[in-house]
Design a protein around this ligand. Structure first.
Ligand code: ADP
Length: 796
């Protein structure tokens, strides 16, 4: 029923798009009659129209018709009607679902061209460097022919050091092809720049995201992080590990497996008080203890060896839950990694502090508009709508899909399943029909590849380490007799073309080793076959020992002796058995999907505070960077405020010695003057004294620098330094806070409320600290001159 409704809604959406399509089609003859020079002139005409008050929507039909004709002349490809439909959705800031092989790369050129006409930049964002570079190389001749500038958003070499001005040049282009990771890191780095010249990012205008579901849904739980210095290590990992071993599940603590949360019950809190001898656990000074108990509980109960991580050569190596790939070098944040190390009795590594972080969700929310395309978004529509207010429009394929998606094959154990799969692989190979076997883990892929070699069957093994080689192998996967074994991530975004004669055999056969975490990913995998109306087939093999079942499902049927003794092929024919197993597997997958949604929702909730604060701070930074005249920035007044606060707070004990100590630390290293009695006569005299000292310090520095422009720069750097110090500490603090609060209250609602409250409080404290540090930096920093009279500021 829901499906019928969805289809009706989709048809209605398409109807309104078709109106625009007709307008574009009506212009095609006019465009075709234009000479090259005339067609190229269109860009300038559009720009002028925009300047005269026309909107992008107004010129869309003209612009699309122009780019379409140009594409025919420059690239030799004329965007088809279905591609134009997709392109309209992409301009509207929504999500176009287009099947593999339908030509998303070419589709993207239309909205990118249109949006770049505004002069404010348009980004194409993909998942990896290879795809970005390939699509850029292929499409840039079109844009350049039409008179727009283009760039690739990065330089491939990972060790490359950008020269001054180089990034500015990249980001100045009208159309930029890049990856989500590159873009995100650059966004964070740009907001750490300490001068206007150091900034390179334009205002973020329009982004078109390729494979959008994998970027803003699948990859959404891992934020981008720029690490700073190692954090002061907690020594609580061992003791909390031992302590949580004494706790009993449900009595002392509760677990919500789906939301990946653990919290202490009142009994558990009682036990903690007794064990650590602390009367009130929720005093601020015990924050670290509470956090570590939570980490130890999570490490023990929510992270399973060989499913979430392996212990390899004395190190924890994480496993990517979606692809099953190992993630060496990736670490869990905020002490969780260390808690797992403690649990596994291996050496505890350093936890790095965080300097800057952003989630992909929030990165793209910085854009004035963003849209996306993918082969599979419909199942994620509700979430995409809730989080980003985006709708998904399913674009019909140019030719009808001929692929057959067969029913799952069903087995008790992995061993039986693998046997059947291998049998099937042999059959297909002997019939010369190309086959692509997709597994969840690299290990399984290797195992099958090995088996095939042992049976003298040449095969390509793809476990996603080399994207360029990968694309080539995937491209060859449609040849007669080709056997390709790959993990689920391998070869996304690359088209599998069939060799002549393959269609007659039934096209590419996709065999899938198990259901993935998410049915969306299953659909992506099926879609590797049957492109552009090609014949093809897909089939998933399931067993009760599959990952999703082990992780989220119910395996009790495995203990059934009677079933165990039956022959696998007989069981496979039994409708009752098939039904039971399918139900278990699908239920497990459903739970896994729900868990994914819940986890992203939580991540989103937690991100709210940091996102608001980040916006305010970045805005403040940019204001300082753009400031031409520091007299607008009332430093003297700020100094007075800061000193007033200090004097007020310490008045009871403030004597000459204490004041002198404060001066050394905050106002002047070489203060030699006397502090007379009348200075401490009342609070005002003390404050006045400090302000005068501050002014004289400031004057001295101004004299040393002896150049108005450089002095301006000095003040600017002092302020920025203080903001950055405060913000970097805050980011790290919020990260830690997140790890500690969900242990505080039972319901998660309270936990989030508590988190936002504490986040706001610490934001206010940070504001005070920033002011103090601005004044301190101005007062205490020393200036020297290096080569070519470059100013060097030595911050306190
Ligand atoms: P997708 O990313 O949707 O899977 P691609 O962008 O890789 O698809 O395109 C698939 C193939 O179709 C490419 O070889 C591309 O050159 C070709 N193609 C796309 N659009 C057209 C078109 N309008 N006319 C001719 N060939 C096209």
């Amino acid at each position: 029923m829901a499906n019928v409704m969805q289809q009706t809604v989709n048809r209605m959406r398409l109807k309104s798009l078709e109106k625009t399509l007709r307008k574009i089609n009506q212009l095609s003859d006019t465009m075709a009659e234009k000479t090259d020079a005339e067609l190229q002139k269109q860009t300038a005409i559009f720009k002028a129209a925009l300047e005269n008050g026309k909107s992008l929507d107004d010129i869309l039909p003209q612009a699309y018709a122009t780019a379409r004709e140009a594409s025919k002349r420059v690239l030799g490809m004329y965007p088809k009607d279905v591609q134009v439909l997709g392109a309209i959705v992409l301009h509207e800031g929504n999500i176009a679902e287009m099947q593999t092989g339908e030509g998303k790369t070419l589709t993207a050129t239309l909205p990118l061209y249109l949006n770049a006409l505004s002069g404010q930049g348009a980004f194409l964002v993909t998942t990896n460097d290879y795809l970005a570079e390939r699509d850029y190389e292929e499409m840039c001749p079109l844009y350049e022919w039409l008179g727009l500038t283009t760039s690739l958003g990065f330089i491939g070499d990972p060790d490359y050091e950008y020269q001054p001005g180089e990034k500015q040049a990249i980001y100045k282009a009208d159309i930029i092809y890049t990856t989500n990771g590159r873009l995100g890191f650059d966004y964070l780095i740009d907001n750490l720049a300490d001068s206007l010249e150091g900034k390179f990012m334009p205002d973020l205008n329009y982004a078109l995201i390729d494979e959008i579901d994998s970027i803003i849904l699948d990859a959404a739980q891992t934020p981008l992080v720029i690490s700073g210095a190692p954090r002061v290590q907690s020594n609580l990992f061992e003791i909390t590990k031992q302590f949580v071993q004494t706790l009993e599940k449900d009595r002392d603590f509760k677990i919500d497996e789906r939301k990946k949360e653990v919290w202490l019950t009142s009994k558990g809190i009682e036990a903690t008080r007794a064990y650590f001898n602390v009367p009130d656990l929720y005093e601020a000074r015990h924050l670290d203890l509470v956090r570590n108990i939570n980490l130890a509980l999570r490490a023990r109960y929510l992270f399973e060896a060989d499913i979430d991580y392996y212990v390899l050569k004395g190190e924890i190596v994480l496993i990517d839950r979606i692809t099953g790939r190992l993630l060496p070098g990736t670490k869990l944040q905020s002490g969780l990694h260390q808690a797992i190390e403690a649990k596994e009795d291996i050496e505890i590594t350093n936890d790095m502090s965080i300097m800057a972080t952003i989630t992909f969700q929030n990165l793209f929310k910085q854009f004035h508009q963003f849209s996306g395309m993918t082969g599979t978004a419909k199942q994620g529509e509700k979430e995409l709508n809730d989080l980003y207010s985006k709708i998904v429009v399913q674009i019909p394929t140019d030719k009808p899909v001929q692929r057959e998606d067969y029913k799952d094959r069903v087995f008790m154990t992995i061993e039986e399943k693998n046997k059947a799969l291998m049998q099937r692989l042999l059959e297909l190979y002997h019939s010369k029909r190309p086959v692509l076997l997709i597994t969840r883990t690299a290990e399984a892929a290797e195992q099958f590849s090995m088996f095939l070699f042992q049976n003298n069957i040449p095969n390509n093994l793809l476990i996603a380490q080399n994207a360029a080689k990968e694309a080539q192998m995937i491209a060859e996967a449609g040849q007669l007799g080709a056997v390709t074994v790959a993990t689920s991530m391998a070869g996304r975004g690359t088209d599998i073309k069939l060799e002549q004669g393959v269609a007659e055999l039934g096209g590419l056969a996709v065999l899938i080793h198990e259901h993935m975490d998410n049915s969306r990913v299953d659909r992506q995998l099926r879609g590797r076959s049957g492109r552009q109306g090609d014949p093809g087939s897909s089939q998933i093999y399931i067993s009760l020992e599959d990952y999703v079942v082990k992780r989220w499902g119910n395996t009790h049927l495995l203990d059934n002796e009677k079933l165990r003794q039956q022959d696998a092929s007989e069981l496979e024919q039994s409708p009752l058995f098939r039904h039971k197993v399918s139900k278990i597997v699908h239920k497990a997958q459903q739970i896994s999907e729900e868990q994914g949604i819940a986890a992203r929702e939580m991540a989103n909730e937690y991100e709210k505070s940091i996102s608001i604060q980040r916006k305010l701070i970045y805005k403040e930074r940019n204001k300082i960077l753009a400031l031409n005249d520091f007299s607008q920035f009332d430093i003297e007044h700020m100094a007075e405020d800061v000193y007033r606060q200090f004097v007020k707070e310490h008045w009871d004990q403030l004597d000459a010695n204490r004041l002198r100590a404060y001066i050394y630390k905050n106002v002047s290293f070489d203060f030699k003057g006397d502090i007379e009695e009348k200075t401490l006569e009342n609070q005002e005299t003390a404050i006045e004294f400090l302000v005068r000292l501050f002014q004289s310090q400031k004057r001295k520095t101004a004299e040393t620098i002896n150049d108005a422009e450089m002095y301006h720069e000095f003040l600017q750097k002092c302020v920025l330094k203080a903001i950055d110090q405060g913000w970097i500490r805050q980011v790290d603090h919020l990260q830690q806070l997140k790890a500690s609060v969900n242990n505080r209250q039972n319901g998660q609602r309270n936990a989030i409320f508590e988190y936002h409250r504490a986040a706001l409080e610490s934001y206010e404290t940070m504001g005070e600290e920033i002011k103090q540090n601005i004044i301190r930096n101005i007062s205490l920093s020393m200036v020297t001159f290096g080569q070519k009279d470059a100013m060097i500021i030595h911050f306190p």
